[in-house]
Design a protein around this ligand. Sequence first.
Ligand SMILES: [Zn+2]
Length: 301
Amino acid sequence: MYFKNIVGKEEIKRNLVKTVKSSRIPHAQIFLGKEGTGGLAMALAFSSYIMCENKSENDSCGLCNQCIKSHKFIHPDIHFSFPVVKFGEKKREITTSDDFLPKWREILFKNPYMNTSEWLDHIGAENSLPNINVKECNDIIHKLNMMSYESENKVLVLWLPEYLGTEGNRLLKLIEEPTENTYIILVSENQDQILQTILSRCQLVKLPSFENEEISRFLEEQMSIPYDKANQISNQADGNINLAINIGKNEVNDYSELLIEWLRAAFRSDPIQINKWIAEVSNLNKDEQKNFFEYGLEFEE
Ligand SMILES: [Zn+2]
């Protein structure tokens, strides 16, 4: 992830870059912003920038040995933690983020602005309650205390510290006295749900909602959505880039035909047409089905 992939937020990027250049990266930071404000994307771009061996004035190079790994989210010194549920047959107590890393990378490639429920859908969590458990906290402590592998720096990106519960207190020492060249970035959507003890020990970086104009630009440049449509979507999205992406996807896949066919078949109570329609929808993958229903809901409005 590059900084340049994130539209706008120039001041935040500038400040983050400055901390790297002046070797004053805070040991523990919270990137705070509600859903769709790009906290995780910013943390990814920032970790790549920290690791890059050939940084430009304002972004990672994307080409050096460190970037090749960090941009694929496989850098051994960039650790990820995030809320999970039980993994397959494994007991929940011994399941950690590491078990879900392939799924995690998959979703980051697809949409680093995703929300919690999209993540839980992606790992098939269904109705289980996700969290960040004791073993995860102990693993984090262990990982950050070990020597780094390839870079002189180590970074932990912990997405949604809201899910730590009181286990988070285990991380206090680490946050207070981190080992050298170790940087902790917590990415949170809700300040009220973070342990006060953690909150008070981290530097806060607040991410505002995206401007409509920024979202339009993103839709045009990165999703090839035409100008007028992009403006219309950005108005609907109300500063939430994840919502804009989801609406945008529906625009790319034009679901209007499918919706009309459905209404027509239902109106006529024509069993052959209805069965044909069902067969067509069951051929869509789960995401497409979800997008279709979201499209249908919007249509009603
Ligand atoms: Zn690089």
